[in-house]
Design a protein around this ligand. Structure first.
Ligand SMILES: NS(=O)(=O)c1cc(F)cc(F)c1
Ligand SMILES: [Zn+2]
Length: 258
């Protein structure tokens, strides 16, 4: 009960974020109110085709750790679902808390998960580079997968063993589909933004209903990473790298399931 009293404002992300982004009417993350979401029978099955050979490296960007993919060809792609175009996987990363009581960015009926995976893709039918797409309203598609504490995730262990990824560490032949839940066709989707600066409103979010299970120890390794702190010498553990929830405003959350 103690932690319930610990007001989350003391658990604040490392960058001082503006409370409201100027003109931000589609900011992320949000709470997904199940009863407010609208079933859309026209949503197609999601088609994620990832080639493990495009996995290149893993590194700590000071705020999370990223696993980066070669996105110079259409080898690892996402299409279908709410998407009109074909998107290329460029990286995935996670957000987590200092304990198992919080850490996810999105919530479901205000329920927090200890961590959340983001698989980031950019619209390669319309743009030539991620850097371009990140400024456009239909530029990115991010799959969000909740992590909950349970059995050890065998596929994740290869990644956990490669941490702490200080600068850039070669990391290859990792198929990120192993991080997707069984039923990838039960998801919520809405129009949102990046959850870290530049916070651009470029993201079609696709949030999986089914979480994946990881062990307490695997999450503990995430928490053993370090933020890149401004002042030398001070080492802060990389935890609570999530953004606070943003107003839904005039948006509808669609579900692919009833
Ligand atoms: N956390 S997020 O998925 O919205 C995200 C993705 C990205 F490619 C760059 C960012 F700065 C943030
Ligand atoms: Zn993210």
């Amino acid at each position: 009960v103690e932690y319930m009293k610990k007001n989350l404002t003391s658990v604040h992300p490392m960058w001082l974020e503006p409370l409201e982004v100027p003109g931000g009417d589609r900011q992320s993350p949000i709470d997904i109110s199940v009863r407010k979401s609208v079933f859309d029978p026209n949503l197609k099955p999601l088609v994620a085709q990832y080639d493990p050979r495009t996995c290149q490296q893993i590194w700590n960007n000071g705020y999370s750790f990223l696993v980066e993919y070669d996105d110079t060809t259409d080898k690892s792609t996402l299409r279908g679902g709410p998407l009109e175009d074909q998107f290329r996987l460029c990286q995935f990363h996670f957000h987590w808390g200092e304990n198992n009581d919080w850490g996810s960015e999105h919530t479901v009926d205000r329920n927090l998960y200890p961590a959340e995976l983001h698989l980031v893709h950019w619209n390669a039918d319309k743009y030539a580079l991620f850097e371009e797409a990140v400024m456009e309203e239909n530029g990115l598609a991010v799959i969000g997968v909740f992590l909950k504490v349970g059995k050890t995730h065998e596929g994740l262990q290869k990644l956990v063993d490669a941490l702490p990824a200080g600068s850039v560490v070669e990391f290859t032949k990792f198929d990120p589909s192993c991080l997707l839940p069984e039923s990838i066709n039960e998801y919520w989707t809405y129009a949102g933004s990046l959850t870290t600066p530049p916070l651009t409103e470029a993201v079609t979010w696709i949030i999986m209903k089914q979480p994946i299970e990881v062990s307490h120890n695997q999450l503990a390794v995430f928490r053993s990473l370090l933020f890149t702190s401004a002042e030398e010498g001070v080492q802060k553990s990389m935890v609570n790298n999530f953004r606070f929830q943003q107003p839904l405003k005039d948006r509808t959350i669609r579900s692919s399931f009833t």
